[in-house]
Design a protein around this ligand. Sequence first.
Ligand SMILES: *Cc1c(COP(=O)(O)O)cnc(C)c1O
Length: 429
Amino acid sequence: MKEEIRQAKEVIWLNPDLRPVAEAGDCELTMADIDDAEARLARFASFIRKRFPETEEQGGLIESALTEIPRMRDLINEKYGSRLEGRLLLKQDSHLAIAGSVKARGGIYEVLKHTEELAFASGILKETDDYAKLDAPECRSLFGQYTIQVGSTGNLGMSIGIMSAAIGYRVIVHMSADARQWKKDLLRSHGVTVVEYEADYSEAVKNGRRQSDQDPKSYFVDDENSRNLFLGYAVAAKRLVGQLEEKKVRVDEEHPLFIYIPCGVGGAPGGITFGLKQVFGDAVHCFFVEPVQAPCMLVGMASGLNNNICVQDIGLTGMTHADGLAVGRPSGFVGGVMKPVLSGEFTIRDGKLYDYMRDLLETEDIFLEPSACAAFQGPVRLQKSGETKRYIAEHHLEDKMKNTAHIAWATGGSLVPEEIREEYKNTFI
Ligand SMILES: *Cc1c(COP(=O)(O)O)cnc(C)c1O
């Protein structure tokens, strides 16, 4: 198995440390922390709604649709022989307002949390105020004295950059070599300073952190360690409860829920998984998907070395068309939290990202960016691969699979410009 990872083959890894929730032990974060994050997002809703009219319909909450995709399910079974039972749904974080990716959860939440702290400390805001007042010129000029910085492969920079600029901060985004040009251009159009690096994501983060530390009025959003980002992502789980009810999807011992989330450094899939395990316990089974050349979380968890190992250490390049997942070293914090709760991991070849992208467009007329399409590796392989069949058997799920709901977590895509979409549609590798 280890050899297959080194050779950049597609693998399925089951987490030997997965425990029933009751035995998982204490985590430094709890449901109360997720509740707190959810309440903070609610306090900011009036501000967001004012600044971003596209959120008006949802009252200033940034939330995405959960959509059943039965034609994609049928195609998967016919084209790939997947024998997938149950219902297949798509969580469309690809279409989240403001940032067009899952980063609109964690990234925006962290900027808001920091903003609230600054505003409380300076006396311009109380928790009981209408936060729409933060849009006033005197507030904006206060925030204008501060800088927000972040290292990013693209999407995190877009969510932090757009929201920070809207509040009035100076913003510097440190972009790794993988970041797409159109993402840099879009940020610059919002007045964000984009610093470009020849190196990978870890290097961009390191430099950004160093620059920010030198400036007492600068705040660094630390994707590798941030509890705030993580909690912003975790709120997704609470909001999913109502959406599942609406779709008449039951989740309990007899009705398991399978989730597949593309993973980069681990914050987004980790936070969502943490939230889902809090809400649904042992009834939910969470899997990450990573590119064969950049399976950093897999390498960290399977070796037990966590963030003390990177993919280059085992001879992989870290290079992938999935720019959102192009990360060589995982978050040590997330790896630790995931140890008893993550069910396992799938890896995927780059070529398949584009196949699944075209499949979804053809069957459901929904566009996702290549990184997000990694999610489909889960439903495609779950019920036809030896490892995952064994997982299903060991968890006594065989006769429950027909009652199962599968959610492919679509992590990005709606902001991709038309000409880039055309390029993607015609990419065959
Ligand atoms: C960032 C990102 C992910 C993964 O999130 P991490 O927090 O880096 O693990 C997945 N898909 C897309 C499109 C992303 O931008």
